[in-house]
Design a protein around this ligand. Structure first.
Ligand code: NAP
Length: 426
């Protein structure tokens, strides 16, 4: 099988190295040799530490789609639109198989691309787009195909998980740990796609599409990143028996599919709480298989190339089907279930003046919105100064919580906007 690779960066370079370094093993597993015949990148002169002798260099990535000597195009450029999208469309239109690691493109254009691929009768595979080296796409689409999925949730961004883990272990605040992560190369110079939750939400859109039988609907996801998580909340979470994780959660409800990506408190002894540092973890709750836990490396040359090459082997063997598990022509975008209707327990931290009557005003606001309090913690007394009040609510609807917190935020004695973190029932 002759392939053309567009993009020779972290993933593209790793893929070339893997295909060359394990050529015989992969040929045995694929049933034929998988050979890179052409490649494209932005800068033809860049030293990449790759052996590209015998590999044709195309200045224009789109030439890979048209080349008659290429069977499969591997798109590893990135970006939701632009050259990556043009290339994938052109390759599918000319009847070539496509492998991509591009979650941004699939989260936004996956429905149209799946329709095109299936109309053309060619594979479009994307294992590397979700959680790098963890074969979660295959697991959901194939291994768990007999299940109705109740919920799928996970840690889908290693950078955020690294930052949260470091914050907990060292007691330092977000900004300091982010700066260190940038220095170590774990976070980008512009970290917003990671820390604001966009990257993880792209992956959640793809997982939800496969798990719940719909086209990806990124717009339907409620997204909150980790910038507002403080060292103080991490310490309180620890004292209360929880860890704070940035979770993507997709869950079937009566109204549709709830998709949300935000910091969550999870019980310390839950499997997902043990996923630390740069690792990713995904838990699928199936009605037949029960809870299935996946953990591994979500990024980096080796893990991501491992997933790209697994897709190439499947194509070589003819093992592929509809892009999201069922034919795209019969699918609608997932119907969003409003977050306002979500019910759960909540952690709330309030910074208040320590004076008589404040607690009664806070309790009244919760009562007015029908939210009952499960436990309350006020550490130390400091009359006239600012102190933290931390409480956990019983199960309450998002709508009620927002109403109560808006009322509390207006109280004179409350000195900062209330901090609220949802507790995920696991
Ligand atoms: N890095 C990871 O761990 C990881 C994990 C999972 C998924 N992904 C996904 O994999 C994809 C690639 O990520 P990456 O980290 O490998 O990116 P990267 O290191 O920045 O590499 C991007 C490559 O694309 C090339 N490129 C840019 N514009 C191009 C154009 N117009 N025509 C042809 N080539 C062009 C670049 O060329 P030059 O080298 O000449 O600049 C570079 O080789 C993205 O979709 C990303 O989301 C990455």
């Amino acid at each position: 099988m002759r392939i053309g690779i567009a993009g020779l960066g972290t993933v593209g370079g790793g893929t070339v190295r893997l295909l060359q370094g394990k050529a015989d093993l992969l040929a045995a597993r694929a049933g034929r040799r998988v050979e890179v015949v052409a490649a494209s990148a932005r800068d033809p002169g860049r030293e990449r530490g790759l052996d590209l002798g015998g590999v044709r260099f195309e200045r224009d990535a789109l030439a890979l789609a048209a080349a008659p000597d290429i069977d499969a195009v591997v798109e590893l450029i990135g970006g939701a639109g632009g050259v990556a999208l043009d290339l994938v469309r052109a390759a599918l239109e000319s009847g070539k198989a496509v492998v991509t690691a591009n979650k941004a493109m699939l989260a936004l254009h996956g429905g149209g691309l799946a329709l095109l691929a299936e109309r053309q009768g060619v594979p479009l595979l994307f294992e590397a787009a979700v959680a790098g080296g963890i074969p979660i796409v295959k697991s959901l689409r194939e291994g768990l195909a007999a299940n109705r999925v109740r919920r799928v949730y996970g840690i889908l961004n290693g950078t955020c998980n690294y930052i949260l883990t470091q914050m907990r272990e060292t007691g330092r605040d977000f900004a300091e740990v982010l700066a260190e992560a940038q220095g170590l190369g774990y976070a980008e110079a512009d970290p917003s796609t990671d820390v604001d939750g966009i990257d993880a939400a792209h992956k959640l859109a793809l997982l939800a599409a496969i798990a719940f039988g719909g086209l990806p609907s990124f717009e339907g996801i409620h997204v909150e990143g980790i910038r507002r998580v403080s060292a103080q909340d991490i310490a309180y979470a620890d004292a209360l028996g929880y860890r704070i994780k940035l979770l993507g959660v997709a869950r079937r409800t009566e109204a549709g599919v709830e998709q949300r990506l935000h910091p969550c408190m999870v019980r310390k002894d839950a499997a997902i709480a043990q996923v630390e540092g740069v690792f990713n973890g995904i838990v699928v709750e199936g009605d037949e298989a029960g809870e299935v836990v996946h953990e591994g490396r979500g990024a980096g040359a080796g893990p991501t190339a491992s997933a790209v090459v697994a897709d190439l082997i499947d194509i070589a063997r003819g093992r592929w089907g509809p892009v999201f598990g069922v034919p795209a022509a019969g699918l609608e975008p997932l119907r969003p279930s409003p977050l306002q209707d979500h019910a759960g327990r909540h952690y709330v931290r309030l910074m208040v003046q320590d004076r008589p009557g404040v607690l009664a005003e806070i309790a009244a606001a919760f009562r007015d919105h029908d939210v009952s309090i499960e436990s309350l913690l006020q550490q130390g007394r400091d009359p006239g100064r600012t102190v933290a009040i931390v409480l956990i609510t019983h199960e309450a609807a998002e709508r009620a919580m927002r109403g109560a917190l808006a009322q509390i935020g207006r109280l004179e004695a409350v000195e900062e906007p209330p901090c609220m973190i949802r507790i995920e029932a696991l």
